[in-house]
Ligand binder design. Sequence first.
Ligand code: UDP
Length: 479
Amino acid sequence: MEATKPHIALLASPGMGHLIPVLELAKRLVSHQSFKVTVFVVATDHASIVSSQLLQSPASPDGDDLLEIVLLPLIDVSDIIGPGVSFIQQIEATMLRSVPFFRTEISKMESRPTALVVDWFGTDVLEVADEFNMLKFIFITSNAWFFAFALYTPEIDRKEIDEHAKNQKPLKIPGCRPLNFEDTTEFLLMDPNDPTYQRHIGVIIKMSLTDGILVNTWDELEPTSLKALRDARKVPIYPIGPLIRPIEKSVLRSEIIDWLDKQPEESVIYVSFGSGGTLSAQEVIELAWGLELSQQRFLWVVRPPTEKDAAGAFLTLTNGCDCNPDYLPDGFLARTHDRGLVVPMWAPQVEVLSHPSIGGFLTHCGWNSTIESITNGVPMIAWPLYAEQKMNACLLTEDIGASIRATPMESNGMVTRGDIRSMVRKILVDHEGRNIRARIKELKNSAAKALAEGGSSYNVLFQFAEICIQHLSTKAFGA
Ligand code: UDP
């Protein structure tokens, strides 16, 4: 018997920042559309992913059997790891080597998927969608402004890039906020003949040749960039966000939540740099001193410092305990124990951000962290580290009005203890924090409306679903 509902295949590349939104999209397709969804997970460490409970939460009370998770085999990329090889290159190699395994899984399936949705690093796998007559979509787990910039890169005049990269002029992005040199991505500064640059351009071109782009944002958050993307008419755009992980009830009984329960309302600054962010030894010391000097309450997810690699934990994060943080200043833990909690490696972030005692979030501006903060009405201090995070920080501070920004005053680019002290106080104590809090509460409401029945993201997901349903019926009639 022919299936009447489409079956969607989703592919998540390594990293929690990719897996979390892909799983949420899968759950939404099940609960919203009753589609069958199979999520293929490419990971660098199965043990930590499985133990993270992420893969254990059901799709919906009655949609359990519609969601299937398939862990693809671990890929060995040890032959390419070495000095100068970034975590992005490791992810790209892992994804490329996963293609045959993905193909085998698809060819074994009785009910072949109607559409394939991959994230930024999954474009090599799109050839399998062509082989099996599946629709092809990209899921951008970041914002529309960043994607508008990316989509424009293959056609930017070289002279404009030189003006930007050499003379530090803002780069115009059609219909959107320009990109300041301070927020530029490493990619734009590369030699255009560099294979990494060429590969990046190839990826963007492949994206523009798909059936559509799903973006984890919503119309009311980024009206200008979304309009620009639609006006460009290069590829259909589906803003379906914000999709964030829901609160895990079992976590609400943890030690961290017990501690937060004892703190006054909106009094704690939460400090975390995402799933992979790490600071240098000197930055960790400045941050510790800044928190101490602010005399405010804090919850800090600490990681051992790394020099010259701000994404130091991206592919290596384990649930292992770093119980002796001897890289913190002498006596810091004892002096701050009555108003600070230091947590090694990882915290249940969504549960933390939704707690009433959280008053601010010092964040690296990964997009998931950003939308988790907005949807919980928490003002941010933006301290971007790598990838597109400087663009996110600019968007949050200058466009959306949801954060203040860590701007290093020192000539060496270091954010000092004085900067940190004053930013924490601005968010938790001063008038500025209250204004941002009011603004972010409006955004929180707009996010809830966008996802609710009849809201912009709700309707857009229907449009996406319609395209998949049409393709299924065309296939059924053998066209
Ligand atoms: N996260 C978490 N606990 C932590 C650090 C991160 O639960 O201690 C989650 C966070 O809630 C978010 C994801 O990991 O959903 C990180 O994604 P993001 O896009 O913010 O940053 P990335 O890690 O990709 O740089």
